[in-house]
Design a binder for this molecule. Structure first.
Ligand code: C2G
Length: 132
């Protein structure tokens, strides 16, 4: 069984997230998603609209996702890959090159981001709509 992993906050779920989850799953038979805890988001300088439990529950409802684990820190990826016997690590290419150290442990693939959508854009556009 070929196992794939990807990481992220996945706040205000949108089609960009779905596209990368679908493509990540297509690279293997099993997809694990490591979703950022609220505390790790603070370290990333992100404030998610939904808390960890809600974001986790939403991800678990997606057909491409087989397992959801917490992401507490930058440094856990090597342990995760080994502990979960991961064959392939996938991230959007805004992270291109940033996780190449994992190449000693698994295949590393960066996939093109979905253009024109982001959680930040959703928040900004909603503000404009609401402010008239
Ligand atoms: N993504 C995408 N296209 C978009 C928006 C996001 O392909 N339009 C991808 C990102 O490249 C990432 C995943 O969706 O691979 C999750 O995006 P975020 O929730 O923004 O995650 P991020 O803050 O990048 O956290 O340790 C890694 C970090 O946890 C990544």
């Amino acid at each position: 069984m070929k196992k794939v992993i990807t990481y992220g906050t996945f706040d205000l779920l949108h089609h960009g997230h779905i596209n990368i989850l679908r493509r990540a799953k297509a690279l293997g038979d099993h997809l694990t998603v490591a979703i950022s805890s609220d505390e790790f988001n603070a370290i990333k300088g992100k404030k998610a609209y939904h808390n960890f439990e809600t974001r986790k529950m939403i991800l678990e409802a997606i057909r491409y996702v087989d397992q959801v684990i917490p992401e507490h820190q930058w440094e856990q990826k090597i342990d995760d890959v080994r502990k979960h016997h991961i064959d392939t690590f996938v991230m959007g290419d805004d992270w291109h090159g940033k996780f190449d150290f994992l190449k000693d442990y698994c295949e590393v693939i960066y996939l093109p981001r979905t253009i024109g959508i982001s959680t930040t854009k959703i928040k900004k556009d909603m503000q404009t709509v609401n402010n008239g």
